[in-house]
Design a protein around this ligand. Structure first.
Ligand code: SAM
Length: 324
């Protein structure tokens, strides 16, 4: 380990963390709730409590992705760093608690760290901790919803950007959305690269418990979305009316998370209402599982080259490295 202070040399940057305009959130939520079947974008899973719950989920025995990804960086870190090249700026997409990127600092030695996350308050708290450990690292946290567009401040040099998109978050997007996201990243890195964590197709017996654990933390994470919706939309969801459902759809190669009405439920908000029959579901998240060949092809379609991947010892998860 190099000492944190040996990493670089720029003073920390104060950054604001603008969130989505509340009205845009409200319009999006209302449209999803009135649709048939109803759906809510998984980004609404992440208010401050949702981010803390996700962090706890990563420690569950059933939730293998975080441990698999860590094993890959432990076993292949030097090779991955060589392939990634010099990272002047490390852009961490969906940074959460920033812990994964922090573990890469010694190998990648970035001069500037740019964590991006929709959960802006949680991100700011993580960055406050990080600044104490790395006083000389320039850090620019961005509270941004990158589901429709991704932008970086003009003072972040285009050269030497390495994008880091771990935790199989790319799998939350449908195939067209994943391609569009990779294209957005590619457009922002003319000479840099991308490290992306990708979950692989495997047995339902491994996949489903990872999204429906014995302690019911994932259920709490999914149900907390309703409390977040209540706060944003001024709706009156009662968490007790709903139960968590997680299923692997092998044909679509994705885990689906839903909230299912336990009884007939009427939900109201200032601009509307919806009656849900007992058993009716709200679709809250997809998590696509890939083969290495399919994800390599996706990266190449998005304009990346020199694609390599590294897997854990059980072949459950891969980290892909790609150059612009
Ligand atoms: C699955 S968690 C991964 C967290 C961390 N990177 C890891 O790998 O453990 C997804 C992260 O992406 C963030 N996120 C989800 N949707 C987002 C969006 N549309 N825009 C920005 N951040 C988003 C969440 O707040 C959360 O921190």
């Amino acid at each position: 380990m190099v000492s944190p202070s040996a990493l670089l040399a720029c003073p920390p940057t104060e950054a604001s963390a603008p969130r989505l305009p509340r009205q845009a959130d409200q319009r999006e939520l209302q449209a999803g709730l009135l649709d048939r079947p109803a759906h809510i974008d998984p980004k609404f899973l992440y208010d401050a409590l949702g981010s803390s719950l996700f962090s706890a989920i990563t420690q569950l025995p059933e939730y293998y992705p975080t441990r698999c990804e860590a094993e890959i960086f432990e076993r292949h870190g030097a090779d991955i760093a060589r392939h990634a090249g010099t990272a002047q700026t490390l852009v961490d997409l969906g940074a959460g608690d920033c812990a994964k990127a922090e573990r890469l600092f010694p190998a990648l030695r970035p001069r500037h760290y740019v964590p991006v996350d929709i959960s802006a308050d949680y991100l700011q708290a993580a960055v406050r901790r990080l600044r104490l450990s790395y006083p000389e690292l320039r850090i620019t946290p961005l509270g941004q919803d990158f589901s429709q567009s991704l932008s970086l401040p003009a003072d972040i040099p285009e050269a030497g950007r390495l994008f880091f998109y771990p935790g199989s978050s790319i799998g939350n997007l449908d195939p067209d959305g994943a391609l569009a996201m990779l294209e957005r990243i590619r457009a922002l890195c003319p000479d840099g690269g991308l490290l992306v964590g990708v979950d692989l197709v495997k047995s339902s017996a491994i996949l489903e418990p990872a999204y429906d654990d014995a302690l019911h933390l994932t259920a709490a994470f999914n149900l907390n979305l309703l409390r977040h919706v209540n706060a944003v939309l001024d709706a009156d969801f009662d968490v007790d009316d709903w139960r968590h459902v997680a299923l692997f759809d092998r044909r679509r190669s994705r885990i689906e998370m839903h909230l299912e009405a336990r009884r007939n439920v009427r939900v109201a908000w200032p601009e509307g209402e919806r009656l849900f029959a007992a058993g009716e579901r709200i679709h809250t998240e997809n998590s696509y599982k890939f083969t290495p060949q399919a994800f390599t092809a996706l990266l190449e379609r998005a304009g990346f080259a020199s694609v390599r991947h590294w897997s854990d010892s059980r072949g459950w998860f891969s980290v892909f490295g790609a150059r612009a």
